[in-house]
Design a binder for this molecule. Structure first.
Ligand code: GRF
Length: 200
């Protein structure tokens, strides 16, 4: 079982998809802990419900990002985490944190990177008028959604789509893709080769 941590700031539907994949034996991972920077994150409730150790670490309690991350790192070390899974974590990680966990932090983004990075990927693609958008899972570096792409799934934007209907289809794809990519990690099938990600 790959020991993982989930970092989330919000609803936690991706966390739920990962929990469900583990419980239905589709994913050989164990969620050691869930960490959030927001007290009201529903992700923390989901963790509690499944008896997963969960922590709200308030960034406002620390004078620098480094000090905040030091506390995160202590928890991750304590739980012997081998892969950090960002699932709607709305905070940029510092270079030193990323270096410390080099090739061990992944993120999911609701657009086809490098298009539409940032906090509003679905809406930005919808408003731009592209015909195809999608979902990306990528390694995390210290930029905003700039790390090497591991896997992507396209989602067509239909004439009849509203932002809400598109959001639903994107989220459905996220919930399939993220557990699959984590399973590839658990099987040791993902290797970083420069900016290219090789999957064996
Ligand atoms: C997802 O759309 C993910 O791609 C983005 O943030 C959202 C998190 O949703 N990074 P949830 O908290 O997992 O429901």
């Amino acid at each position: 079982m790959l020991p993982i941590a989930i970092l989330a700031s919000g609803n936690g539907s991706n966390l739920q998809a990962i929990i469900d994949a583990i419980e239905s034996h589709k994913l050989d991972a164990k969620i050691q802990c869930v960490l959030s920077d927001r007290k009201s994150a529903f992700a923390l409730e989901r963790a509690k419900k499944h008896n997963i150790p969960n922590y709200f670490i308030n960034p406002k309690d620390y004078s620098t990002r480094e000090k905040h991350e030091k506390v995160l790192a202590q928890i991750l070390i304590e739980h012997q985490v081998e892969l950090i899974v960002l699932a709607g974590y709305m905070r940029l990680l510092t270079s030193s944190f990323v270096q410390m966990y080099k090739s061990k932090i992944i993120n999911i983004h609701p657009a086809l990177l490098p298009s539409f990075p940032g906090a509003h990927g679905i809406e930005d693609a919808f408003k731009y008028g592209v015909k195809i958008t999608g979902v990306s899972v990528h390694f995390v570096d210290d930029g905003v959604d700039t790390g090497p792409v591991i896997s992507q799934v396209p989602v067509e934007i239909k004439e009849t789509d509203t932002l809400e209907s598109l959001e639903q289809r994107i989220h459905a794809q996220e919930h399939k893709l993220y557990p699959q990519v984590i399973q590839l990690f658990a099987q040791g099938r993902i290797r970083l080769d420069g900016r290219k990600v090789r999957i064996s």
